[in-house]
Write a protein that binds this ligand. Structure first.
Ligand SMILES: CC(C)CCC[C@@H](C)[C@H]1CC[C@H]2[C@@H]3CC=C4C[C@@H](O[C@@H]5O[C@H](CO)[C@@H](O)[C@H](O)[C@H]5O)CC[C@]4(C)[C@H]3CC[C@]12C
Length: 765
């Protein structure tokens, strides 16, 4: 079983002896966003009312994985040196039948999934992620059950007509199963996040975080909708968590489950919007039909509106021709009759002031339909008492306090991972009782250019974090030119995100990139026919370079066992999976072409050269020692032999990294082009200094054991071919190691310019 994870005074993950460790892995798996029975991917057309009518009867069992296949997938992930899994699940999967009506069969399936993950040799760390995207499947994403929308008084069946949400499903022809629409009429690339600015999602987040303040009339069974929704959500999460603990306590005893994250990518809804009559100028994402908030309210009430329409151009998003939306007599709100039936079904008693068939923002006096006939915006600044800082430090903190208290009342040992809104710093919680020594801060990073254009642009990049956080007086200043600068800029962004998070939560709180990734369907899916993944490899290598520069822990978005070239991750045309069954044949083709050049992975006796800088305090030249076959890695990251076929951009995914540092991290860089790896650290001065190694995952995919050249400031090495781990027993103080595949001459950036390095021929056995 993997060893317990601790947190150092500097906010690093470490083992019980204070050696720095790293968490690396994937989000497994995005299929949790969609029901398995019936299989309702977002490319299932909405042909009849069943999509809504049967939403309480779905089952998510087999998502994330079919039980029988779990071992195979986990072993595959372990072959990358990965030790951690972020396990997303949705509120809908637990409580789709109605408030308080849990799907215990799904919960038990999750217990079995976890048990099987834990059963794979050396285990795996897992943390749970209550996932959502733009609130729910019924508002264009994933997460909450349908009844939450009914609870707010919405009629989701009319979201299409009123543009209250954009759903991929509506763009599928029921006859052909293919996508419909061209140009502006099509389901555009990465259009789904625009739902964050549409009526359904924006209202739901406003109610969830700020219902008491902004919608006091919306009470259900005597409770404001904010408390009602938060209460139900938190109860569902904790019911799952409690059931896991009850049915499989060994998962906690064996350090498999390490904690729980707060809700994925929380959003402020309307809170902070200063003028409901305009599209906020600070909004970075404008794509497709883009109504203002007021236009959304009108559309929701069935009033025709002409709204701006944006398209993606070379220079970002530009306004195209406006578009008139005619709801055709439909409203986004439940009629009196519909609501009565819903309320009876779920035993809801609403505040009598809460009229049916009415926009709740009209109900709260934000706008009205004037007697003379026209809609009038009365309070364009209704949500403007709060700004971003107020939202995060108040509304979000109130929510976080709720889940924190519930979680800690139940589990004092595991980590709680606080996730602020995407790409924003967390609230300032220093000296708050809800910030304890087992708190981790989650960050998500996506490169705006790569994400929105689905290509790797080597010439022009954008400081996405700087742009989103308004760090530039003019967005043009966020532009960076040239691949090297783009890579460095991404590295700087991640390190700034870490710095900003620590300045809010304290330096002792670890920062964990719980999501980071790239779309693989770049350049109109060219790679799926050419087998040329160079763009994806370059984009992913840039992320790897950025992450390892600060020794950041991360779980990539994502690993999807049912990925396909045709439909990607089966959700909203996304295709972020690092592995695809459809890529297996491609890998075989590549292998058969290159096999003659590859060394045999089975080789165990190898000759290598090592060298030692004069600057080292040791008088002994570095040498290889016999590795311990029963290498005790104290970690779940322990590779098991497997077939690597199906991995995409494998060169960039498979990376060396310090699994355990006997000291403090200073610098690391993997150079994919010349296959060299450099690690700098400050070795600890402890009685065991020379007996406790720094362990480096050194994948034979890049570093064939019989073709290694190693230079270091001090030490001895042992290479364990089974686990692909180099143990480096170094001295205290500033140390470096540089490992090159093949001959030393291929290392382009020597760490020492001392030409009189000693060298020795060594044997790895
Ligand atoms: C020059 C460019 C066009 C400038 C782009 C500026 C903005 C449009 C973008 C800057 C930052 C982007 C957002 C970053 C993160 C996001 C989160 C993401 O959700 C998660 O990602 C997975 C992959 O999409 C998804 O499957 C998971 O479930 C999610 O947890 C969705 C996109 C976005 C909101 C992204 C949108 C575009 C920017 C605002």
């Amino acid at each position: 079983m993997p060893a317990k994870i601790h947190i150092s005074a500097n906010g690093e993950f470490c083992d019980k002896d204070g050696n720095v460790i790293q968490l690396r892995g994937v989000n497994l798996d995005p299929s949790v966003k969609i029901p398995a029975k019936p299989f309702l991917s977002t490319h299932a057309p909405i042909a009849d009312g069943a999509f809504f009518e049967d939403a309480d009867k779905v089952s998510f069992i087999n998502h994330p994985l079919v039980l029988e296949d779990i071992e195979e997938h986990i072993i595959r992930l372990k072959s990358l040196g990965y030790n951690t899994i972020r396990l997303p699940f949705t509120w809908e999967s637990l409580e789709h039948a109605g408030p308080g009506q849990y799907d215990f069969a799904y919960m038990d399936y999750i217990v079995e999934v976890l048990t099987r993950i834990n059963g794979v040799q050396h285990g795996m760390y897992v943390y749970l992620d209550p996932h959502q995207d733009v609130w729910s499947r019924f508002s264009g994403g994933s997460g909450a059950p349908l009844w939450t929308l009914y609870c707010a008084g919405f009629q989701p069946a009319n979201f299409l007509a009123t543009d209250a949400a954009i759903l991929h499903n509506y763009y599928i022809d029921p006859k052909t199963g293919r996508e419909i629409g061209k140009d502006e009429e099509a389901y555009l690339k990465m259009v789904w996040p625009t739902n964050y600015f549409k009526l359904a999602c924006q209202t739901m987040f406003t109610l969830f975080f700020g219902g008491k303040q902004y919608a006091p009339k919306c009470t259900i069974n005597g409770e404001n909708i904010q408390d009602y929704l938060q209460g139900k959500f938190n109860n569902a999460i904790m019911t799952l968590y409690a059931r896991i603990k009850d049915k499989a306590p060994e998962l906690f005893d064996n350090n498999c489950i390490i904690g729980l994250e707060s809700v994925n990518e929380p959003n402020c809804g309307y809170i902070g919007e200063t003028d409901l009559d305009v599209i906020p100028k600070e909004r970075d994402l404008k794509l497709g039909r883009t109504p203002t908030a007021f236009q959304s309210f009108m559309l929701g009430e069935g009033i025709e509106s002409t709204v701006d329409q944006y398209k993606r151009t070379f220079f970002g998003f530009s306004k195209g021709k406006p578009c008139t939306i005619n709801p055709g007599g439909k409203k986004a709100w439940l009629s009196a009759q519909e609501r009565d039936a819903i309320d009876a079904k779920y035993n809801w008693e609403r505040n009598p002031e809460w009229k049916p068939d009415t926009c709740i923002w009209k109900l709260h006096g934000v706008w009205e339909i004037h007697e003379s006939g026209g809609p009038v915006l009365l309070k364009s600044d209704y949500f403007s008492q709060a700004d971003e800082a107020v939202f995060i430090n108040n509304h979000f903190v109130e929510y976080y306090t709720g889940i924190y208290n519930k979680f800690r009342a139940f589990d004092k040992e595991s980590f709680i991972i606080i996730q602020p809104p995407v790409m924003k710093p967390p609230p300032n919680l220093q000296n708050f009782p809800i910030l304890d020594d087992k708190t981790i801060c989650a960050c998500h990073f996506y490169d705006g250019m790569t994400l929105m254009y689905k290509t790797w642009n080597k010439r022009i990049g954008i400081d996405t974090y700087g742009l989103v956080n308004k760090k530039y007086s003019n967005p043009a200043f966020a532009v960076v030119l040239g691949e090297n600068s783009i890579r460095k800029c991404i590295r700087k962004q991640l390190s700034e995100m870490q710095k900003d998070a620590k300045s809010m939560l304290g330096k002792n709180v670890p920062v964990f990139f719980t999501e980071i990734g790239i779309p693989f369907d770049m350049d109109d899916k060219k790679a799926y026919t050419t087998n040329d993944y160079s763009s994806q490899t370059a984009a992913l290598d840039a992320l790897g370079f950025a992450l390892e520069g600060s020794n950041l822990s991360y779980t990539l978005w994502c690993y999807c066992s049912i990925n396909s070239h045709a439909w990607g991750d089966n959700w909203n045309n996304e295709d972020f999976s690092i592995w695809s069954p459809d890529d297996k044949p491609l890998y075989r083709e590549t292998r058969s072409k290159t096999l003659t050049r590859e060394p045999s992975p089975a080789s165990t006796a190898t000759s290598v050269s090592t060298s030692k800088s004069k600057s080292s305090s040791s008088s002994q030249p570095p040498s290889f020692i016999k590795p311990d076959d029963d290498l005790d890695l104290d970690s779940a990251s322990c590779t098991l032999k497997t077939d690597l076929s199906g991995f995409r951009a494998l060169d960039a995914i498979m990376r060396p990294f310090p699994m355990k540092i006997h000291g403090t991290f200073e610098f690391a860089e993997f150079n994919l082009s010349n296959k060299s790896y450099t690690l700098k650290l400050i070795g600890r001065t402890t009685p065991e200094t020379t007996t406790v190694p720094t362990c480096i995952f050194l994948p034979r995919h890049h570093f064939a054991p019989n073709h290694l050249s190693i230079r270091s400031s001090s030490g001895r090495y042992a290479y364990n071919t089974n686990y692909q781990v180099l143990e480096w027993f170094h001295e205290p103080g500033h140390q470096y190691i540089e490992i090159c595949a093949k001959s030393k001459s291929r290392c382009s950036t020597p760490v020492s310019d001392d030409s009189s390095d000693l060298s020795a021929e060594c044997i790895i056995s």
